[in-house]
Design a protein around this ligand. Structure first.
Ligand code: CTP
Ligand code: MG
Length: 251
């Protein structure tokens, strides 16, 4: 195995609008502690010795802006490339994957919207793939009890059942994959979409695609600071976590 085959490449889908965060710049470009979420996320990956290349899928109309932004922030000398993302997260990941050199065997996929993932999580996911797992997801136990309902927005919704919480996990990123497997499941999903097979439920993460086609996915411990910035309150929490880190570093 040559050096680049042992090192992982990371794809960072960053092309979303951030509708749930409210009006403003695309979410990946919104600032946390004066630095765009995307830059935090790329730095978190670049800090890992397991990662040799980062491919960012930027908003299609913002590629030049993202290139300039990444250039203006020091990124530990890692190779960072930018491609135009797509209209869905899945498409953005697929376009990012296409920009990874052929000899890279391990791919991590990490949301730009998870700026504070600790490097230990990145390392653990990459190590699990190196150890032979085909698909690895970091996850944490749920704090809330979860109920399945018959969706009926605007009215009381009947409860169908209550899954045993001890068997549930909230899934984060980076998710790690054998590159060939991830490329294959994305290609299959695209072919199904193009064939008009709309009956499959939407898949919201990459490991979900592996599951759909019968691949084995394993969970490793995630981290509470790897949460996704989705709604305005998440930004408040992220600012607080960053302030706590900066205070800790000052001692
Ligand atoms: N993403 C992407 N391309 C898209 C949609 C989403 O690359 N067409 C990325 C987002 O930029 C984000 C990650 O996928 O880093 C997770 O998606 P999510 O949290 O849903 O972000 P948004 O789609 O931007 O937010 P919202 O759904 O609230 O609009
Ligand atoms: Mg979204």
């Amino acid at each position: 195995m040559n050096a680049s085959a042992a090192v992982a490449a990371a794809v960072v889908p960053a092309a979303g609008r951030g509708e749930r965060l409210g009006p403003g710049a695309p979410k990946a470009l919104r600032e946390l502690g004066g630095v765009p979420l995307l830059v935090h996320a790329v730095r978190a990956l670049a800090r890992s010795r397991a990662v040799g290349l980062v491919v960012v899928a930027a908003p299609a109309d913002g590629v030049a802006e993202v290139v300039a932004l990444l250039d203006s922030h020091g990124l530990d000398g890692k190779d960072v490339r930018v491609v135009a993302g797509g209209s869905t997260r899945q498409e953005s990941v697929r376009l990012g994957l296409a920009a990874i050199p052929e000899d890279v065997r391990i791919v991590l996929v990490h949301d730009a919207a998870r700026p504070l993932v600790p490097v230990e999580v990145v390392d653990a996911v990459a190590a699990a793939v190196r150890g032979g797992a085909v698909a690895v997801v970091p996850a944490v136990p749920l704090a809330d009890t979860v109920k399945r309902v018959e969706p009926n927005p605007g009215a009381p919704e009947p409860v169908v059942d209550t899954p045993d919480r001890s068997t549930l996990r909230a899934v984060q990123t980076p998710q790690g994959f054998d590159r060939a497997v991830l490329v294959e499941v994305h290609a299959k999903a695209l072919a199904e979409e193009e064939a008009g097979a709309a009956d499959a439920p939407p898949v919201t993460d990459d490991a979900g695609l592996v599951e759909r086609y019968g691949g084995r996915v394993v969970v490793v411990p995630g981290h509470e600071e790897a949460f996704k910035v989705t709604r305005p309150l998440d930004l408040v929490l992220a600012e607080a976590v960053l302030a706590r880190r900066r205070a800790a570093d000052a001692y």
